[in-house]
Design a protein around this ligand. Structure first.
Ligand code: ADP
Length: 401
């Protein structure tokens, strides 16, 4: 990561400065020394300690010589190596932090600095350093007695910011490809192909296809954003999964027949109830069955089954299984990411938006359910959705629903 020194915020990577500074103490003599140091560095009053302990960010109180004098519970949990009596530099060895500390001591003004830790995982952190002055200190007496270091974890915020930026870049790219094609064909129709009816018809057909692609993409993006807005609202209605699945089979049968794929539905001798939203679940299963036909159709059949979860009969599982070429295991963890495609070379992939499984995952998690993807390369894939069955009425067993 780059250095950035705007607005008093400096950014550096941990690797810039993990060296230098004294080594951390490890043996018993250093432990004795730590207690001796602590005795010579008076700590804060009980009131201040109570306040620092009540803060839910990691907080470390340091005296002006850089010795840690108090560590709150959050800081102890996050940085077990930072202990009262040790110099702060033993454990938090970031130049940016220590330079800011020196300025806070010298100028008695608060500072905020940012840095990135690489080990054990990438983390973005922000430190707020506040000088603590003696009560009523004026003029030359305005020298801090301590500096309160409060550390805020910005990792999640940074991750969301990056996801949003990636998402906008991907969505723009996906829309620009068909748009560029449409503009290109329009220009040709306005110019060289103006009076050629055969070329015109062919180009108009391609433009219609590209416009359809843009429409599908925008519909999927809107679907995702609507789902995000309702992510925390769990559907409470009771639906019959068999009813939904029959409807899905009717919907996908023309495409399946055209691809030479036989769709089979099993487990629907009676109703199979689940808690959910009919429209959204229809969207989930349509997507899974369409994908099974599109990407796993070479197996000639797709089996859709619905059954109570054998491991926990309070749940019901719908499985969509194909017998196609399967998915390389490297792709499995990323399949539900927006715009992720495992088969870019397949004809069907150009029709897909890469958003289908992201929508499926959103809907399933809004239902409090689970999406399980299993695949054996060369043998096919199974996409299973586990949902809650409706609550059991008093006096009935879970199997009587
Ligand atoms: P798309 O709109 O591209 O179909 P999806 O999000 O629905 O996007 O699927 C993501 C990717 O997962 C697909 O591009 C495809 O590579 C892979 N995939 C989905 N279902 C299957 C399946 N049944 N068999 C093999 N690959 C699949």
């Amino acid at each position: 990561m780059a250095m950035d020194d705007t607005n008093g915020t400096a950014i550096m990577t941990a690797n810039d400065n993990q060296t230098g500074g004294p080594a951390a103490p490890t043996d018993e003599t250093s432990e004795d020394r730590r207690f001796a140091v602590l005795a010579a560095h008076p700590g804060p009053e009980a009131g201040m300690v109570t306040v620092i302990d009540a803060l839910d960010d990691p907080c470390i109180l340091i005296d002006t010589s850089g010795i840690v004098v108090h560590v709150n519970g959050e800081a102890r949990a996050r940085y077990p190596g930072v202990r009262p009596g040790d110099p702060l530099v033993f454990r938090l060895r970031f130049t940016v932090l220590h330079d800011a500390f020196a300025r806070v001591v010298a100028e008695a003004k608060p500072e905020t600095v940012e840095w990135q830790e690489k080990v054990p995982t990438d983390r973005w952190l922000e430190a707020h350093l506040a000088p603590i002055l003696p009560a009523g200190a004026e003029g030359a007496a305005r020298r801090p007695r301590w500096v309160l270091l409060r550390i805020e974890d910005l990792t999640e915020t940074r991750r969301v910011e990056r996801m949003r930026a990636d998402f906008v870049a991907n969505a723009s790219h996906e829309l620009r490809t068909p748009l560029t094609a449409v503009i290109g064909f329009l220009e040709t129709l306005q110019g060289p192909a103006r009076d050629d009816p055969t070329v015109r018809d062919r180009f108009l057909a391609v433009m219609a296809e590209q416009a359809g692609r843009m429409k599908r993409l925008i519909d999927d993006l809107l679907s995702l954003s609507r789902l995000e807005m309702r992510a925390h609202l769990r559907p409470e209605a009771t639906v019959d999964l068999c009813d939904i699945l029959r409807h899905v089979v009717d919907l996908v049968t023309p495409a399946a027949t055209a691809a030479g794929v036989d769709l089979r539905l099993s487990g629907c001798n009676g109703p199979r109830r689940a808690r959910g939203d009919r429209e959204e679940l229809a969207q989930v299963f349509t997507n899974l069955v369409e994908n099974a036909v599109k990407y796993g159709g070479s197996g000639g059949r797709v089996e859709i089954s619905v059954a109570a979860d054998p491991g926990d009969r309070r749940h019901v599982v719908v499985a969509v299984r194909d017998f196609g070429e399967g998915i390389d295991p490297v792709h499995l963890p990323r399949l539900t990411e927006r715009f992720y495609r495992a088969h870019t070379e397949k004809a069907g992939a150009t029709r897909g938006t890469g958003l289908g499984l992201a929508i499926v995952k959103h809907i399933v998690s809004r239902h409090g359910g689970r999406l399980i993807i299993e695949s054996v390369p060369g043998a096919g894939s199974t996409f299973s959705v586990r949902l809650d069955r409706p609550p059991v009425p008093a006096g009935k067993s879970v199997d009587e629903q």
